[in-house]
Design a protein around this ligand. Structure first.
Ligand code: NAP
Length: 407
C-alpha cells in the first residue's frame, strides 16, 4: 500500500492500515536514550530491509520530549509531540528522565494518559543464554496487560494537612462514621467498569489471536472489594458477554473437561496478587496472559522481567484504541549517558513488538532471531558480560551490529 504522506490509518473495525513507507515518530530519550535508540534503529531498519528489500521501509520522524524538548522549547512534553503521535498513530521512545519537582509527575505517565494508552503490555519470555535467577527460566512465557490510566498509581493525591485532604477526612467521617487520622495524606484509587472491561477485552483478544490457553485476572479483591474485587468481577463479565464462545472459567474447565483446555478455548481465571507473586516463581509454566490493575502490574511486570534476566532485555508497549507507543522499559541509566555502553536489548525487542503491531511479522521475527543469535555468540554489553561465562563485552553499538549481522 502506498501513501505519499506515510500516514497509518485506523478503521472503524479497529484495524490498522499501514502504508509500505510509514512515517513513524521517535523520541530518542534522555541519558543513555540516544545510544540505545541509535542501536535499535539500526536493527529495525536492517530487519525491515532484509525482510522486504526496497519494497518497505520506515521513514523516521524525530519528536521531542524530556530534556531535549525542555532545552529547545521550554516544555518537557510539547503539544506538538502529542499531536504528531496522534497523527501518525504508532511511535517509539527511549527512556525519559522524570523531572523532579518541575510540575510533571512523570512524562511517561502523562504520555499514557494524554493519548489514552490504556494497556501497558509486557511480554516476558526467556532468551536462552541470558543469566537469570530461575532454575528453569524456559518455563517463563507470559504477557502482562497492565491497566495504565486508573488506580492509586494515577497519582490523584493530597498532602497531609492540605485543604482537600482535610475535606475528604471530614466527608468520610460525616458519611460513614469512619475515622482517618487528621495528619494523613490522601490518595484516590478509582477503578472503573469501563477501564477494566477495555483492558481485559484487549487481553482476551490477544490470547485468542495468539492461541494462548489462559487469561488470569490478578487482583487484591479480597481486601479492596469495590476496586480490585470489581476489576475481577468486570473481567469475568466481559469474558462471558463478549467472548462466551471462546472462553470458559476454571470451574467449567474441571467440571466439564477434566482440566484439559479444549482446542481453541481460553480459560479465564483469577488469582489474588500476593499469591500470584508466589505462583510466578513456583509454577510459571501454568501462567500465560495476565491482566491486572495499574499498581499490581507495575510490580509484577518488573518481577517477571527479573526472572528472565532483568529490565535490560524487557520490551514494552503502551496501547490504546488506534494509538501505540513502544518503549524501553528501563530508565535513562544517566551515569552511563554518552558512553555507548548500556544494553539496547529492551528497545530493540520493543521495536520487534512495533513491527508485529504493523503486521510486518517477517521483520519482527528477524529482529528476535538476530538478538537471540547475538546472545548465543556471547558478544554482549557489560551488564550481561559480567554474568556470562566466556562472554566478550561489547559496546552498545557493537551489540547492535552483531544483531544486524545475525539477522
Ligand atoms: P534506571 O535508569 O533503569 O537505571 C538503574 C540501573 O539499572 C542502572 O544503573 C543499570 O545498573 C541498570 N540499567 C538500566 N538500564 C540498563 C540498560 N539498558 N543496560 C544495562 N543496564 C541497565 O533507573 P533509575 O536510575 O532509577 O532512573 C533513572 C531515570 O530514569 C529517572 O529519571 C527515572 O525517573 C527514569 N525512568 C524512566 C523510565 C521510562 O522512561 N520508561 C522508566 C524508569 C525510570 P548498573 O549500574 O548496576 O549496571
Amino acid at each position: 500500500m502506498t501513501d505519499p504522506k506515510g500516514l497509518i490509518t485506523y478503521t472503524e473495525e479497529g484495524k490498522l492500515l499501514v502504508p509500505d513507507f510509514p512515517v513513524i515518530p521517535f523520541i530518542e530519550g534522555d541519558g543513555t536514550g540516544p545510544d540505545i535508540w541509535r542501536a535499535a534503529r539500526l536493527v529495525i531498519d536492517g530487519a525491515v530491509s532484509q525482510a522486504y528489500g526496497s519494497t518497505r521501509a520506515v521513514r523516521w520522524l524525530e519528536i521531542l520530549a524530556g530534556e531535549k524538548a525542555f532545552e529547545q522549547t521550554g516544555n518537557w512534553l510539547p503539544d506538538e509531540t502529542l499531536e504528531l503521535v496522534r497523527t501518525h498513530r504508532v511511535a517509539i521512545k527511549g527512556p525519559l528522565t522524570t523531572p523532579v519537582g518541575k510540575g510533571f509527575r512523570s512524562i511517561n505517565v502523562a504520555l499514557r494518559q494524554e493519548l489514552d494508552l490504556y494497556a501497558c503490555i509486557r511480554p516476558v519470555k526467556y532468551i536462552r543464554g541470558i543469566p537469570g535467577p530461575m532454575l528453569r527460566p524456559d518455563d517463563v512465557d507470559m504477557v502482562v496487560f497492565r491497566e495504565n490510566t486508573e488506580d492509586v498509581y494515577m497519582g490523584i493525591e493530597w498532602e497531609a494537612g492540605s485543604d482537600t485532604a482535610r475535606k475528604i477526612i471530614d466527608l468520610v467521617r460525616e458519611d460513614t462514621g469512619r475515622e482517618i487520622r487528621a495528619d494523613s495524606g490522601i490518595g484516590l484509587k478509582p477503578i472503573s467498569r469501563t477501564g477494566t472491561r477495555r483492558l481485559v477485552r484487549m487481553a482476551i483478544e490477544y490470547a485468542i489471536e495468539h492461541g494462548r490457553e489462559s487469561v488470569t485476572l490478578v487482583h487484591k479483591g479480597n481486601i479492596m472489594k469495590f476496586t480490585e474485587g470489581a476489576f475481577r468481577n468486570w473481567g469475568y463479565e466481559v469474558a462471558q458477554e463478549e467472548f462466551g464462545e471462546h472462553t470458559l472459567t476454571e470451574e467449567q474447565l474441571y467440571e466439564n473437561h477434566a482440566g484439559t483446555v479444549p482446542e481453541g478455548k481460553v480459560v479465564i481465571r483469577d488469582r489474588i496478587a500476593d499469591a500470584m507473586f508466589q505462583q510466578i516463581l513456583l509454577r510459571p509454566e501454568e501462567y500465560d496472559v495476565l491482566a491486572m490493575p495499574n499498581l499490581n502490574g507495575d510490580y509484577m511486570s518488573d518481577a517477571l522481567a527479573a526472572m528472565v534476566g532483568g529490565l535490560g532485555m524487557a520490551p514494552g508497549a503502551n496501547i490504546g484504541d488506534g494509538y501505540a507507543l513502544f518503549e524501553a522499559t528501563h530508565g535513562t541509566a544517566p551515569k552511563y549517558a554518552g558512553q555507548d555502553k548500556v544494553n539496547p536489548g529492551s528497545l530493540i525487542l520493543s521495536g520487534a513488538m512495533m513491527l508485529d503491531h504493523l503486521d510486518w511479522k517477517e521483520a519482527a521475527d528477524r529482529v528476535r532471531q538476530g538478538l537471540l543469535k547475538a546472545v548465543e555468540k556471547k558478544r554482549v554489553t557489560y551488564d550481561l558480560a559480567r554474568q556470562m561465562e566466556g562472554a566478550t563485552e561489547v559496546k552498545c553499538s557493537e551489540f547492535a551490529e552483531t544483531v544486524v549481522n545475525s539477522l
